[in-house]
Write a protein that binds this ligand. Structure first.
Ligand code: 7PJ
Length: 274
């Protein structure tokens, strides 16, 4: 299974890892812009050394209750990081984690090869930006918006509803001229989902393969793993690796993770036993 994104081809015959690069100022508030960019680039290069097949750059947190970031601020965070990585001619595609069409556009112009959209290209103009480019796209399902999505998630049939959404957005992409081999799908763990919803979706991953696109799974350090283990976010490494391994065995092609080295190692065992 080959995924096309810009000048890159990703081979998903074996599960691969997408390394998370957050460009959020939290720990660099007094360091200024250069230090923030420098730290993100340094982290990204480390993740490549550790075996990441894709880097996912994000400038706005989509965690529950996160404060929205202005367009200008998001652009100022992510574009310099993408430019710096492209200037170094890194061997892996850059993904931009955003739902804002203007950020997608600027990121692609700066050299990003994948649009990773937690809103599944629902923002007006987003579909057109991707269709006009040669970038790949990840369509993710979310119920509600980050500020309120965890208040009271509700589904009649979570698997059927998420699957229908992904199928609808995939068909929308196909109709806009985005080839099937540029589209990835993601059930969106933790985005407007209770623990029971997340578990139902994880068990149903093989069904999502029927949609004919590679599957991305993001469970790394998420609160559902905290609920299962009782551990805080900084102590969810082992649970995250377990989730990645099980997801890969259930048919996930790309695992979006913070802990690249541990996950890459674990997935080598999955690949060997498949
Ligand atoms: C996901 C994401 C995910 C995709 C985030 C966090 C929240 N993009 N962006 N899938 N999660 N495609 O990492 O906890 O699950 S941000």
């Amino acid at each position: 299974m080959l995924f096309h994104c810009g000048r890159f081809r990703l081979n998903f015959d074996q599960p691969q890892v997408m390394g998370i690069v957050n460009v959020t100022p939290d720990s660099f508030s007094d360091g200024g812009q250069f230090q923030q960019v420098d730290a993100a680039v340094h982290h990204a290069l480390t993740l490549i050394e550790q075996g990441a097949a894709v880097l996912d750059i994000g400038g706005e947190s989509t965690r529950p209750n996160a404060t929205p970031v202005s367009l200008t601020e998001e652009l100022q965070r992510v574009v310099p990081v993408i430019e710096a990585l492209v200037a170094r001619d890194i061997p892996v595609p850059i993904s931009i984690d955003t739902y804002k069409p203007a950020v997608m556009q600027a990121a692609i112009a700066a050299g990003a090869s994948i649009v990773n959209d937690v809103r599944g290209l629902q923002e007006p103009g987003a579909l057109e930006v991707v269709a006009k480019s040669d970038a790949g796209v990840c369509i993710m399902h979310m119920q509600g918006m980050p500020q309120t999505m965890q208040l009271d998630p509700h589904y009649e049939d979570v698997v059927a509803e998420v699957k229908l959404f992904l199928q609808t957005q995939r068909d929308m992409c196909l109709a806009a001229g985005i080839a099937q081999d540029r589209i990835m799908l993601d059930p969106g763990f933790g985005f407007g989902k209770t623990r029971a919803h997340n578990i139902a979706l994880a068990k149903a991953l093989p069904e999502f393969s029927e949609l004919g696109c590679p599957l991305l799974v993001g469970l790394s350090r998420k609160s559902v793993l905290g609920q299962m283990t009782g551990n805080d976010v900084d102590a969810r490494l082992h649970a995250s690796v377990a989730a990645a391994v099980i997801s890969a065995m259930q048919g996930a092609h790309l695992l979006r993770v913070h802990d690249v080295k541990a996950t890459v190692e674990a997935l080598k065992v999955v690949a060997a036993l498949k």
